[in-house]
Design a protein around this ligand. Structure first.
Ligand code: URA
Length: 225
């Protein structure tokens, strides 16, 4: 939507009124006087006319440590969700940039900026996600090699990018994958009859859980490239 269209609509006074306001130099976009009403109004622009704010939406970017048992969803009739952990009036504007299973803990990212969430979740962006994995039995080297080679996922008709994997003990590893397929890690291990008993996400791209405790969240002011 253009500035003129937005002003015409939000004032209810029509296009001519919007044009007059803009021509009079009464309209500011992100603090600067605008004279071109055909400029597009973006979701997080600050727009005012005669000092009155017409649109002020804050872009929000949050890192949250999802505890086990909390649902990666915005609302749910039965279970508590990650949004229920954010006691802010704007919490219901947020959506998730990638989910975790209910039994998985660790980093989730919430935002109201869909361009940002798409930059993290879109399959062609190949954003690395790193997990700590515990299993019910020893993880053989042959399995690690298959992860490193990439695996095919018939249901999604895709092949995973080569994963990075570091064995931490006989039954635990740090695994980095580049997709976000449903139950991806559990399915990767189950192919070899191995059950994942604990799963925890440490990072998504450049974002790390750091010392956030389960249930805690923090803002990131400016998303990194
Ligand atoms: N893989 C899984 O199986 N579960 C998750 O929550 C994340 C990755």
């Amino acid at each position: 939507m253009t500035l003129s269209q937005f002003i015409a609509k939000s004032s209810g006074l029509g296009k001519r009124h919007a044009k007059k306001l803009i021509e009079a130099g009464d309209v500011r976009l992100n603090g600067e006087i605008v004279i071109d009403g055909n400029l597009p109004l973006e979701k997080f622009d600050l727009l005012s006319a005669n000092g009155e704010i017409l649109q002020a939406r804050t872009a929000r970017y949050l890192l949250l440590h999802k505890p086990i048992g909390i649902l990666s969803a915005t609302t749910d009739k039965i279970h508590r969700t990650v949004v229920d952990l954010i006691h802010e009036p704007w919490a219901n504007e947020l959506h998730l940039a990638g989910r975790l299973d209910r039994a998985t803990s660790g980093l989730v990212i919430l935002t109201n900026d869909s361009r940002f969430s798409e930059s993290l979740t879109s399959p062609d962006k190949h954003v690395p996600k790193t997990y700590l994995v515990q299993t019910d039995q020893a993880i053989p080297e042959t399995v690690l090699q298959q992860f490193r080679d990439g695996m095919s996922f018939e249901k999604e008709n895709t092949r995973s990018a080569p994963a990075e994997v570091e064995l931490l003990s006989e039954t635990s590893c740090r695994l980095t994958i580049y997709e976000g397929l449903h139950h991806q890690i559990k399915r990767m291990f189950l192919r070899f009859g191995i059950r994942v008993t604990q799963l925890h996400r440490e990072s998504i791209g450049p974002y790390h859980l750091g010392n956030l405790q389960p249930g805690e969240w923090r803002n990131i002011d400016f998303p990194l490239d």
